[in-house]
Design a protein around this ligand. Sequence first.
Ligand code: CDT
Length: 312
Amino acid sequence: MREIVVGAAQLGPIQRAEPRAAVVARLVALLDQAKAAGCDLVVYPELCLTTFFPRWFMEDQAEVDAWFEREMPNAATQPLFDRAREHGIALSLGYAELTPEGRHFNTQILTDRAGRIVGKYRKIHLPGHPEFDPERAFQHLEKRYFEPGDLGFPVFRNMGAWMGMLICNDRRWPEAYREMGLQGVELVLLGFNTPSVNSQNAGEGPEMRRFHSDLSVQAGAYQNATWVVSVAKAGVEDGHPLNAGTVIVDPNGVIVARGETEADELVVHPCDMDATVFGKATIFDFKRHRRIEHYTRIASQTGVIRPDGTER
Ligand code: CDT
């Protein structure tokens, strides 16, 4: 048995005016709860230091850059890193990263139990649109504010396990899990901000959005025989509802723990990394069963081309 007690630290809403220090105090309070619950690792949502700012259209780059972190840890987040080291708890958290070269990424990091950063992932599947869209009920401007991640889907050795990260929209793409599955991933850590309604289809509400989220992470877990910890930012941010749906999914694809609120909430589960062994050795033994000679289209063609040559 290789047990890691994981705390999925769901966040309630962060209002646009809420300063980083107040948010970090909430993250530290969840970390203290995690210590009391015996957690080894705590996972926070995507962009967990600020409101989900890609819903706001901004033209002034200085205004945009104010939502980004130039270093990690920094003055605002140092108290979180200090407390994590005191507790001996590893962290994974998402934030907007502005590099010294001036590049903008939607990023998630992983630390070890001593608070050292041992892994970084930059979101690859950026949803939304780059310009103001008057047809939408609200904006989703990730394609404006971030560039696609440039690190691939790395997997890291941490706490005796193989760990990888995904960010929000990535969870809907089977290729993302499989890239890590092919590196033997045992624990996928994922944070998200999903609006409760579809800005282009008012008929797609919270229940359907929850279903799509669960379906995606359960399939990713089962088909790669890995644990998946999927953590929401939830509740109403400045009038804009975000869906809850924090879950911990086992390597059979079964949801073993689920959040119950739309507020700050710690969802805890002991995850045995050895529970991944059976699936990886049998039905999803990739080495024996995959047929890559038939998969070339997946890595060479982006959109749909029908057999008659028409595109959609
Ligand atoms: N943050 C993020 O990636 N949210 C998307 C919303 C999709 S609608 C533009 C998601 O996949 O949940």
